[in-house]
Structure formats: structure tokens, C-alpha cells
Design a protein around this ligand. Structure first.
Ligand SMILES: [Zn+2]
Length: 177
């Protein structure tokens, strides 16, 4: 099953970018967040958030989570697996559709999904629609998404077959919005 992920974060990112462009340098200096940070991660996602931090470390990136919500909840349409909502003055929030989550066949499916939305919310990455040659779910060489930031879910088999590549790619780019 392929589930299209919501592009909502892109709108959020665009608004944030416009605000940044509109700010004077003086304002920019005061742009630090004034909301109260919170870390609230549903138990279902904790292993994958920990794996994300470990995978980042393996790529030489230290991620300390001080402000993040990862929860089950409503996504804007029933076909959306998850959504990251990111704004300048709010806790980055990942919301996962539980009925889709419950159809996942493996922890690889779960990790791919959580890493995608953490890619938005923690790395501030946008979608990447590129495709490259890699190992498909059939075990043959073929066209696969280049990045976990692909807008459509990558199945757990393909993700696992190309795990090292996907993890390295994910942490190689940050702050796209
Ligand atoms: Zn996405």
C-alpha cells in the first residue's frame, strides 16, 4: 500500500520562509522561540525516535531532542500516513494516522515512516522526488526513491535493502526551510 504524505509542512515552511525574508536583522536576532519546549513521544514511536538519534550520530550529527511531539491522531485525509507541522514558535509536531500504522508489516515500515516525518520536523527537510537505481523489493536492481524524504512511502523491504544508503542520505541535508 502506498500512502501519499501530506505536503502541509511545505505550506508551513513557505510561511516561515516568507516571515524570515520579511524580518529586519534586528527582528531576526529576537527570533528565538518563546514557547515552552515539550517532549512528548507516544510509546509506539520511542524506539524509532531513539534509532533516529543513533542513526544521526553514526552520520556524525548530534541530535538532542528538547522540543518534539510525536503522536497518533487525525491526518488531514485518511490516506495521509503522517504529517509534520513545523512553525517558528511552536513545538514541532508529528501526527501519525494510527489506522495506517496498524497495517505496517515490520519495524522497517515503521522506521521508514517515522524517519520521514522526523526528517521534516527535526532536520527541516522537504520532499525529494528523485529516483535512483538500487535494490528493489524483488531483490533486483531497479528504480527506487533516492531518499526517505520521497513523498510516497517506501516499503519496508526496499527500505531495508538500501538501509545504509537511505540513512546516510537522510542526514546529509538539513535546514531546507
Ligand atoms: Zn512528507
Amino acid at each position: 500500500m502506498l500512502n501519499v504524505r501530506l505536503l502541509h509542512f511545505r505550506l508551513t515552511g513557505l510561511v516561515a520562509a516568507l516571515l524570515i525574508l520579511g524580518m529586519t536583522p534586528a527582528c531576526a536576532k529576537k527570533a528565538s522561540s518563546s514557547h515552552t519546549p515539550v517532549v512528548s513521544i507516544n510509546a509506539a514511536f520511542v524506539p524509532h525516535v531513539q534509532a533516529f538519534v543513533q542513526a544521526a550520530a553514526q552520520q556524525g550529527q548530534t541530535i538532542t531532542i528538547t522540543d518534539l511531539i510525536v503522536q497518533f491522531g487525525e491526518t488531514p485525509s485518511s490516506g495521509d500516513t503522517g504529517v509534520c507541522v513545523w512553525a517558528d514558535d511552536a513545538t514541532p509536531t508529528v501526527t501519525i494516522n494510527q489506522s495506517i500504522w496498524n497495517t505496517f508489516n515490520s519495524s522497517a515500515d515503521e522506521e521508514e515512516d517515522v524517519f520521514h516525518d522526523l526528517g521534516h520536523c527535526l532536520l527541516r527537510r522537504i520532499h525529494d522526488q528523485s529516483r535512483v537505481t538500487g535494490t528493489t523489493s524483488l531483490g533486483t536492481q531497479g528504480s527506487i526513491p533516492q531518499s526517505v524524504m520521497y513523498p510516497v512511502r517506501i516499503d519496508g523491504v526496499t527500505y531495508t535493502d538500501n538501509l545504509a544508503t537511505y540513512r546516510a542520505e537522510l542526514f546529509s541535508i538539513t535546514n531546507q526551510f
